[in-house]
Design a protein around this ligand. Structure first.
Ligand code: 0X9
Ligand code: ZN
Length: 507
C-alpha cells in the first residue's frame, strides 16, 4: 500500500521554536502547570518524588512563568539553536543506511528500514523481516525477528518510537537489533541469550509521527490523526479513558475517540496476540532514566508488583554496570497516572511482563528529546545489558505473570469484568470493544496529578552518569558484563515459577 497524501506541506520549512525555553519547575502545583500549558507550554518530562517537571515554554508564556509561585529554573534559554545544529549536522551526513558509522547519529525512517533490510540480508539464518501492520498514512510498521534457537522457545519484543520525538529510542532499539544479530556467535553472552530466546525488534511503532518530527515539527509526539494526532500511549484498550489521558484532541495525551482507534495501536496488539512465544514486551521511550512497569492507570500495585520490581532491579543493576548510568525502577503510576498505556495492556490482556525504559538523559541536567548523538552507542550498550537479563530470566523457564481470574487490583468499580482476562480463560481482547463503553473519568491534566515518590529515595544522578545526556560516556572503567547476583533466585522465590497460563490462553 502506498503512502497516502499527507496533510502538511513536505516542502515547507520545519517549524521554528525561537525563544522557547526549557525550564524546570520544582514541586509544581497542578494548577500552575495547567495554566502554563493553556498558555502554550508543553510538558517534556517529569521526575517522581521529589516532583520536578520540565516544560518547553514559548515566549508568550514566559511572563506567566515569572508570575508563578513555583520555583523555576531555566535550563535552556532558547531551544532553536540546538535544533538548527541538529538539522545542519544531519543534512551534512547524507543518506547512511549501514556500515560502521550508522550509529554515529540519528537516522530517518528510510534509513532505519534500509538498515533492517541490510541486517536481514547479511544474516539470513537467524533473522526475518516482520510486518507489524500499516500506519494511518499507509507506512509499513516493520521489525526484525531474531531467532537462533528452537522455534518454540520463549521470545521478547522490543519496540521503539511510539512517541515521534523520542529519537533516542529509535536508534537504541535499532542498535540493539544490530548488536544482537552481529554479535551472535562472537559474544558469549549474546550467543547464549539468542540460542535460548527469540527477540523481535520493532524500531518505529509510529512511522507517520516519526517522519513528521524529522520534516515538520521536531517536538511532535503523537500519530498524525487529522493533523492533531492521537497519543498512541493512551489509546490501548485496557482501562482506556481513565485518568492521565485527555479527551481533547489538541492535548499531548489525547486518547483518541475509542479504544484502539488508531491503526498503529491496533496493529501492535494484533501482532502481540499472534505471537505464541512472547513472554515480555519492552517499549523504549525517552527520557528520564527510569524503568517503569504496570500499572500506569492506578497507583494500586499489580498482583505481580514484587516480581516486576525484582526483575526491574536486576535490569537496572546490569545497566548501571555498563556506563554508570543509574535508571530508577518504579511502577509507572508513581511517575504520573496514565490510562490506556501499552504496558498496562501488554501485561493485563496479553499476559506479558511489560517494561517501559525512559532512556537518557536523567533529570539532573537540561532534559530534552534532542540529545547529542554520542549518547546512542552508550544507551545501546547499557540497554543491551538489561535485555540480556530479561533473556536469562526468560530462558530459565521462569514464567510470565498469571493474570487470569479476578483482578484484585481493580479499583475502577467495574468489578472483575475489567480485569485482565475473564473467567473463561479467554483474553478479554478489549480492542474488540468499539462501543465506547469505557470510563469517562477524564483528567485532562498531563501528567496526571498523582505522583507519589518511589519506594525509597530517588537514586539518579550518582555523579558517574553525567547530566543532561549531552555528553559521551568517556573513560568509563565499568564492566560490560551484566551483574548476575542473587536476583534470579529471588525471582524464583517470589513466585515467578508459574503456569505458562498467559501463553496457553492464546493457543
Ligand atoms: O507518558 C507516557 O506515555 C510515557 N512517558 S513519555 O515521557 N515517554 O511520554 C510513560 C508511560 C508510562 N507507563 C506507565 N505509566 N505505566
Ligand atoms: Zn514516550
Amino acid at each position: 500500500m502506498g503512502v497516502v497524501t499527507v496533510a502538511w506541506n513536505a516542502n515547507a520549512a520545519p517549524r521554528r521554536y525561537d525563544g522557547h525555553a526549557i525550564v524546570r519547575i520544582e514541586a509544581p502545583q497542578p494548577e500552575e502547570i495547567a495554566a502554563l500549558v493553556s498558555a502554550g507550554a508543553v510538558i517534556l518530562g517529569d521526575r517522581p518524588g521529589p516532583d520536578s517537571v520540565h516544560l518547553r515554554v514559548p515566549p508568550q508564556a514566559k511572563a506567566m512563568l515569572a508570575a508563578t509561585a513555583a520555583v523555576a529554573e531555566t535550563l535552556v534559554a532558547d531551544v532553536q539553536p540546538g535544533l538548527d545544529a541538529e538539522r545542519a549536522r544531519l543534512a551534512l551526513v547524507g543518506p547512511v543506511t549501514h556500515g560502521a558509522s550508522f550509529f554515529d547519529d540519528f537516522r530517518d525512517l528510510a534509513a532505519i528500514n534500509a538498515h533492517l533490510d541490510a541486517l536481514a540480508a547479511a544474516h539470513p539464518g537467524i533473522t526475518e523481516i516482520v510486518s507489524v501492520g500499516t500506519s494511518l498514512e499507509g507506512r509499513p510498521i516493520r521489525g526484525i525477528a531474531i531467532r537462533a534457537g528452537a522455534a518454540d522457545g520463549p521470545s521478547l519484543l522490543l519496540t521503539g518510537t511510539m512517541h515521534a520525538r523520542e529519537w533516542l529510542s529509535t536508534m537504541t532499539v535499532t542498535c540493539l537489533a544490530d548488536t544482537l544479530i552481529s554479535e551472535h556467535g562472537a559474544d558469549p553472552a549474546i550467543t547464549t541469550a539468542l540460542d535460548a530466546v527469540g527477540i523481535i525488534v520493532v524500531p518505529v511503532l509510529n512511522p507517520d509521527g516519526y517522519v513528521y518530527s524529522w520534516e515538520a515539527e521536531r517536538y511532535w509526539r503523537k500519530n498524525r490523526r487529522d493533523g492533531v494526532g492521537v497519543d498512541l500511549n493512551r489509546n490501548f484498550p485496557f482501562e482506556w479513558g481513565g485518568e492521565g489521558s485527555s479527551g481533547i484532541p489538541e492535548e499531548e495525551n489525547y486518547r483518541g475517540t475509542a479504544p484502539a482507534s488508531e491503526p498503529e495501536a491496533a496493529a501492535l496488539m494484533a501482532f502481540i496476540l499472534a505471537q505464541d512465544t512472547l513472554v515480555a514486551h519492552v517499549d523504549y521511550h525517552s527520557y528520564g532514566q527510569l524503568l517503569l512497569y504496570p500499572w500506569g492507570y492506578t497507583s494500586t500495585p499489580t498482583r505481580d508488583a514484587a516480581e516486576f520490581q525484582a526483575l526491574a532491579e536486576a535490569q537496572v543493576d546490569a545497566m548501571a554496570a555498563v556506563h554508570g548510568r543509574q535508571y530508577l525502577p518504579l511502577q509507572g503510576s508513581e511517575l504520573y497516572l496514565a490510562a490506556g498505556v501499552a504496558d498496562d495492556w501488554a501485561y493485563a490482556d496479553a499476559g506479558l511482563m511489560a517494561f517501559v525504559p525512559e532512556l537518557r538523559p536523567d533529570f539532573e541536567g537540561p532534559g530534552d528529546f534532542v540529545v547529542d548523538p554520542s549518547n546512542i552507542r552508550g544507551t545501546c550498550e547499557e540497554t543491551l545489558a538489561g535485555v540480556l537479563v530479561l533473556a536469562e530470566w526468560a530462558s530459565e523457564g521462569l514464567e510470565p505473570p498469571d493474570t487470569t481470574g479476578a483482578d484484585d487490583t481493580d479499583t475502577t468499580g467495574q468489578g472483575t469484568e475489567s480485569g485482565p482476562t475473564d473467567s473463561t480463560g479467554e483474553s478479554t481482547s478489549s480492542n474488540a470493544d468499539t462501543t465506547g463503553a469505557v470510563t469517562t473519568s477524564a483528567d485532562n491534566s498531563f501528567p496526571g496529578g498523582e505522583a507519589g515518590g518511589p519506594p525509597g529515595d530517588s537514586s539518579e544522578g550518582d555523579g558517574t552518569g553525567g547530566s543532561g545526556g549531552a555528553t559521551e560516556d568517556e573513560g568509563c572503567s565499568c564492566t560490560t558484563e551484566p551483574r548476575r547476583g542473587p536476583w534470579l533466585l529471588m525471582l524464583a522465590m517470589l513466585g515467578l515459577l508459574r503456569r505458562r497460563r498467559a501463553l496457553t490462553l492464546r493457543q
